[in-house]
Design a protein around this ligand. Structure first.
Ligand code: ADP
Length: 340
């Protein structure tokens, strides 16, 4: 278990600033997920923690110890990559054993460790197989086993599930969450997929353009986003955001100062009635543009004066072209300025 601190970390590649100034503490024993759009600096951050990339300036500490000049092999950090990075000419046993041999672990001890780890990872039947004869999920387990057997202080996982099909990905997510619980080791996990982040992390770091937009537990990001970026990154579909000046119903609430109004698609109700709704919440008149059925739930896209927005609903009476009123309880509204 280890706490990781990045203090005033700057990273430039050939003069181009990718990370302007990163300050981040990854808590000991947490399952921390770095999430953000492609190119925002997630992998670079991971690689700097692992020591595979040197920061241009700033400090990195693992368990309080400055590791700026510590080579990757000495940081006690194990990495699992998207492409597994297995040795193709070695068996499963050989792949897992390799790092142990390098560290001078005696043969009997190696055999015991491999046996235990393969039991945990469900790899016992495949010990003598080569990677190319294994499925994607099995290869991913070998990569994990190889990392686990070193008993590192920190696990670093860079989009480890992105090469798996949807079903296996779901299964491996659960396995990784259980593995983290069992080991209690600090996990730092990178993904561009907010659903994966929300379902796996106990702490999520939302990144954009090399900066931390918000770092918080998943429900805090969902319920209390600090800024427009986080609000619009988290959720499926993400939060609706409309310009406040084009929502006349708001003015009566005295919230006319903020530039944007946000609400989650699941917090709007659709109603065909005009009735007395304005007392209950913000009423937006719109027309159904599209309807996507998720089975029990429908996702409607509506167009209104102020733009378009989504409503998630268990009701199914609307079709494209229908007019409807979306009602959002006042307490479910969020207010943002452009810069947060
Ligand atoms: P993410 O993991 O969020 O997709 P990366 O950390 O891989 O983002 O990349 C962040 C930015 O740094 C990108 O613009 C990428 O092109 C650039 N970058 C990453 N590695 C290098 C490198 N070795 N040389 C030059 N530019 C790089």
């Amino acid at each position: 278990m280890a706490r990781i601190e990045l203090i005033d970390v700057v990273k430039r590649f050939k003069g181009e600033t990718v990370i302007p100034n990163l300050n981040l503490t990854i808590r000991e024993g947490s399952f921390t997920v770095l999430v953000g759009p492609s190119g925002c600096g997630k992998s670079t951050t991971l690689r700097m923690i692992a020591g595979l990339e040197r920061q241009t300036s700033g400090d990195i500490r693992i368990d309080g110890e400055l590791v700026n000049d510590t080579e990757p092999g000495k940081r006690d950090v194990a990495m699992v990559f998207q492409n597994y990075a297995l040795y193709p000419n070695m068996t499963v046993r050989g792949n897992i054993e390799f790092g142990l041999k390098n560290r001078g672990v005696p043969k009997r001890e190696r055999e015991r460790l491999i046996r235990d780890i393969c039991e945990i990872a469900g790899l016992t039947p495949y010990l003598d197989k080569k990677p190319q004869s294994l499925s994607g999920g099995q290869r991913q387990r070998v990569a994990l086993a190889r990392a686990m057997v070193k008993n590192p202080k920190v696990f670093i996982l860079d989009e480890p599930l992105s090469n798996l099909d949807a079903k296996l990905r779901g299964q491996m997510r659960t396995e990784l969450i259980e593995l983290h619980k069992r080991l209690g080791t600090t996990f730092v996990y990178v993904t561009h997929d907010q659903v994966e982040a929300m379902s796996m992390g106990d702490r999520i770091v939302v990144m954009n353009k090399g900066e931390v937009m918000q770092a918080a537990p998943p429900m805090v990001l969902y319920e209390d986003p600090d800024n427009l970026f986080t609000a619009q990154f988290i959720g499926t579909p993400p939060m609706n955001v409309l310009p406040a000046s084009r929502l006349p119903g708001l003015r009566t609430e005295g919230e006319g100062h903020a530039e944007f109004v946000g609400f989650r698609p699941e917090h709007a109700l659709l109603s065909p009635e005009t009735a007395e709704l304005t007392r209950e919440g913000l009423v937006i008149a719109g027309q159904i543009a599209t309807r996507e059925s998720l089975g029990a739930e429908q996702v409607y896209k509506l167009r209104c004066e102020a733009g378009s927005f989504f409503v998630k609903s268990f009701l199914n009476p609307y079709v494209g072209g229908d007019f409807a009123l979306a009602v959002v309880p006042f307490e479910r509204l969020y207010f943002f300025d452009r810069d947060g």
